[in-house]
Design a protein around this ligand. Structure first.
Ligand code: GLU
Length: 472
């Protein structure tokens, strides 16, 4: 039997980190078992589902590379199919019209509470033969009255629910629209889902869904309910703990592969290994290794992991990933070094792609002012001649290579009998406008000949002015 999993988000909000973790586990489980992964958009809530949220989900999935083998399917395209089963169940006596008014249900509930009983629908319309004038009925499923439902959960183990604890759930509202628990099982059956992997906030829905699957005569899928993700304070992960919308991580310059690596470790482990390539995840992922207990989100660890990925990625990968961030920062990637070349200079000092763009800004655009403190300390009359000599040598350099640049600076330092650092720092301040950058030969190489010579001239001018004013 081919394994088929599904990720079934409701587009009532953005794609949340917790949902991405669910999607990843569904995707990995399918990939590991050479099965299929289905994407289903559960958009039956016409008021809260929006096209923007659907786009955010599809975008997020595409960015992360969690591509479905089938879908996206939309539940709103399947109303006829749901209606067909509702009609069938009504005629078979597996479901019934319930004409209870809101007042009646409120009274029922109040009475149950006053008597200290469990609240729930008491089935009073089960055997009703006559419709009630002026009331649009809902449709309820006849849940079995006794017996139990046993879930053999791949994460939680055996979980037992008593049917006496469940009531006859509504499967169609009075306007005819199907409810969540009902549409899910119809879809799971029609889409041939063999494994339902989802958050454990759905565990209480599972016995209801299993009873309906039974009524359909369908084969039961295997269930796995994933533990929650908590914030650093032990509460359910939410906006209070930082960004939870996957798009924000993208905007902040996280690599999708780092996100996936971070999320796979939330609730799953393989020994004490922290870094997993996608292929390794697919090879090693086993739902049986998912922890039963909740895991805590740790933003610092995610940041650390992101830098590990930035350091390890091929330069071309980083270069390609940087382009949208450069553009977003108002820089033109064509007007400066090939973004792939930034990797070598900047990756050790950037935890995110956004940081990398910010610290390499001077490679793509001129800065307004040299940092005053750095200028005061480094652009002094003593380096006037070595700076001029460096500029001349760089102007004549046949090939603009790191090695050639390094040689120029070394030659000048030697001829003036100063050490490389003494010369490197004023050059750095001149070409970057600040005191911090990658090694000087790499910095100059990245800034490029034309910008370097122009900026050296400006710095030399400044030193001359300082000397003329009697400064040292
Ligand atoms: N649509 C549900 C949700 O977003 C998930 C349904 C399911 O996985 O069964 O929570």
């Amino acid at each position: 039997m081919t394994v088929r999993t599904r990720f079934a988000p409701s587009p009532t909000g953005a794609l949340h980190l917790g949902s991405v973790r669910t999607a990843l586990f569904c995707w990995l489980y399918a990939r590991h078992n050479k099965g299929q992964f289905v994407l289903r958009i559960e958009d039956t809530d016409g008021e809260r589902s929006t096209p923007e949220n659907v786009d955010a989900i599809l975008d997020g999935m595409a960015w992360l590379g969690l591509d479905p083998d089938e879908g996206p399917f939309y539940q709103t395209d399947r109303f006829d199919r749901y209606q067909e089963v509702i009609d069938q169940w009504l005629s078979e006596g597996k479901a019934y019209h319930c004409y209870c008014t809101k007042d009646e249900l409120d009274n029922l509930r109040a009475g149950q509470m006053a008597r200290g009983e469990k609240t729930g629908y008491d089935g009073r319309c089960r055997d009703r033969k006559e419709p009630r004038e002026g009331v649009d009925p809902v449709v309820r499923f006849k849940n079995p009255l006794d017996g139990e439902v046993v879930i053999d959960d791949q994460v939680r183990g055996t979980v037992v629910f008593q049917n006496a604890e469940l009531d006859d759930l509504i499967i169609a509202r009075s306007d005819g629209t199907p409810t969540y628990n009902f549409s899910v099982i119809i879809d799971d059956v029609d889409m041939g889902i063999t494994s339902v992997i989802r958050g454990d906030d759905h565990l209480n829905n599972t016995p209801k869904q299993m009873n309906m699957l039974e009524a359909l005569g369908a084969e039961m899928p295997v269930y796995a309910h994933l533990p929650m993700i908590l914030g650093s304070d032990g509460a359910k992960l939410s906006k209070r703990h930082g960004a939870v919308d996957i798009r924000e991580y993208r905007e902040q310059g996280y690599l999708p592969e780092a996100m996936l690596n971070y999320l796979v470790r939330l609730g799953w482990s393989h020994g004490d290994q922290e870094l997993f390539s996608l292929d390794e995840m697919i090879e090693l992922f086993d739902i049986a290794d998912v922890n039963q207990s909740a895991s805590a989100f740790n933003a610092e660890k995610l940041l650390w992991l992101n830098q590990q990925y930035i350091i390890a990625a091929p330069e071309r990968r980083i270069g390609g990933a940087l382009i949208p961030y450069l553009k977003k920062a108002g820089l033109n990637p064509e007007d400066g070094p090939d973004p792939s070349d930034l990797a070598g200079g900047f990756r050790e000092r950037a935890e995110t792609l956004v940081q990398m763009v910010e610290s390499s800004r001077y490679c793509y655009e001129d800065f307004d002012e040299i940092d005053a403190k750095a200028a005061k300390k480094n652009l002094r009359p003593v380096v006037l001649e070595p700076m001029k000599a460096t500029k001349d040598k760089l102007a004549e350099l046949a090939d603009w290579t790191k090695e050639g640049i390094s040689q120029c600076i070394e030659d000048v330092a030697q001829s003036f009998e100063i050490n490389m650092g003494k010369l490197g720092q004023p050059i750095r301040v001149a070409v970057t406008g600040g005191a911090v950058s990658p090694p000087i030969d790499i910095t100059v190489w990245l800034v490029g000949r034309e910008r370097t010579l122009r900026r050296m001239d400006i710095a030399i001018e400044r030193i001359l002015e300082r000397a003329a004013a009697g400064g040292n």
